[in-house]
Design a protein around this ligand. Structure first.
Ligand code: NAG
Ligand code: NAG
Length: 193
């Protein structure tokens, strides 16, 4: 009898050790259409994955981004547009189609910050209007090597559901008109909050 008890104890102990080695169970907390999901591992922070498209339009009568400053001294010009600054209020949609569902807006400044390449300093707030993310924002700051097909930028904070967020955005150019600069960019965002 006492022999079988101790065998049982060994078995329970072994099972406990095994359970501790398993990854914590991740549960789905929130979902927005096909563009947003929030998970939480047991006793850990939440993770949100967002996929959306950013539409930056410089051309036409109603551009979503406008130049607000440029170098004062026109004799010093850079092929990379170094020194130009733009203000943007760009729609974010669920698919690459500009007429697809509006999920938010990217608002703020991007500035041509590189002498040797076309590179932007991004300083933008991404505000969402759809589903459980309605009213929440995150702040993206960092270098955007806009000519690279894929680039990564840092997310340094957030509000609402994304309060205390940190994370990264992988941005991939979906479409670019080199003459006007108009672009549609796919974003894959990972946030921990
Ligand atoms: C988002 O929130 C605003 C303000 O609370 C509300 O007026 C609007 O209807 C909401 N939109 C959606 C899509 O839930
Ligand atoms: C996000 O990443 C997934 C997996 O690599 C990819 O299938 C999807 O097209 C990406 N979404 C966007 C908006 O770029």
């Amino acid at each position: 009898m006492s022999m079988s008890m101790s065998k049982q104890n060994v078995l329970v102990f072994a099972l406990l050790m095994f359970a501790m080695l398993l990854p914590p169970i991740q549960s789905l907390k929130l979902k927005a259409g096909n563009w947003g999901k929030t998970f939480q591992k047991k006793n850990q922070e939440k993770e949100t994955n967002l996929q959306f498209y950013f539409h930056d339009t410089l051309s036409g009568k109603n551009p979503s981004a406008v130049k607000i400053a440029e170098p004062l001294d026109k004799t010093k010009s850079y092929a990379t547009q170094f020194g130009n600054i733009f203000m943007a209020d760009d729609p974010l949609t669920e698919t690459y189609d500009p007429k697809s569902k509006l999920v938010g807006r990217a608002q703020g400044i991007y500035a041509l910050s590189c002498q040797q390449e076309i590179g932007l300093l991004m300083s933008l707030s991404y505000s969402f209007v759809d589903g459980p993310y309605n009213g929440s924002t995150f702040t993206l700051v960092g270098k955007n090597s806009a000519i690279n097909p894929v680039r990564e930028m840092s997310i340094v904070g957030g509000t609402g559901l994304f309060r205390m967020a940190r994370g990264y955005a992988i941005a991939k150019t979906h479409w670019l008109d080199i003459t006007t600069g108009d672009a549609i960019v796919g974003y894959n965002v990972t946030l921990i909050h």
